[in-house]
Ligand binder design. Structure first.
Ligand code: ZN
Length: 193
């Protein structure tokens, strides 16, 4: 398992709700935390490891010894309030940062892997992370939410990511679209039907 980068098609996949959690999925979740810490991130969505599942992990301290590890399964955001702009980055667009305007406050409802309901009223960084990661599950990237001017400023960087992706594909480092679609469909039928 590895973190996939733009423009990997899994990042545009709209994830389906998870219907069951088994030991293998719990192991996947553990690996997601490890990959997130290695990359010094504070949130990681399943799409970012090429899985079509509606879940993400977060730890605002990006450190297993500190902060709180939270797994959000089937998150639903509601009650957006206020508006705030702040700089964001993404482990699937490494090195790219830009300002994104989002609601300041949100409520999130989700489930833990043990089936316990999570209900949180969030603001600040936690609110932003939950919104950014939930966007991933809908196939939305933070660059999609930037102003037109800021999007233009990112165009060159996105072109570079695309070029690198194409060359990794040509050298066999990344499967073709049909193989990726088959892989996603297999995981979906296992956990989402
Ligand atoms: Zn991201």
């Amino acid at each position: 398992m590895e973190i996939v980068t733009y423009p990997h098609p899994a990042l545009r996949h709209k994830s389906s709700a998870i219907k069951r959690v088994d030991n293998e999925l719990k192991q996947v979740i553990r690996t997601m935390f490890e990959l997130m810490y290695e990359a010094k991130g504070i949130g990681l969505a399943a799409n970012q490891v090429n899985l079509p599942l509606r879940l993400f992990v977060a730890n605002l301290k990006s450190n297993p010894e500190e902060g709180e590890e939270v797994v959000f399964i089937n998150p639903v955001i509601s009650k957006p309030k206020g508006s705030e702009e702040a700089e964001e980055g993404c482990l699937s667009l490494p090195g790219l940062y830009g300002p994104v305007r989002r609601p300041k406050f949100v409520h999130v409802q989700a489930f833990s892997p043990e089936g316990q309901e999570i209900n949180l009223d969030l603001d600040g960084l936690y609110s932003r992370v939950v919104q950014h990661e939930t966007d991933h599950l809908d196939g939305v990237l933070f660059t999609d939410r930037m102003s037109n001017t800021n999007q233009l400023a990112c165009e060159e960087a996105l072109e570079e990511f695309s070029g690198e992706f194409r060359s990794r594909r040509e050298t066999g480092g990344i499967p073709n679209d049909a193989e990726i679609a088959t892989h996603l469909a297999e995981w979906e039928s296992r956990y989402c039907s």
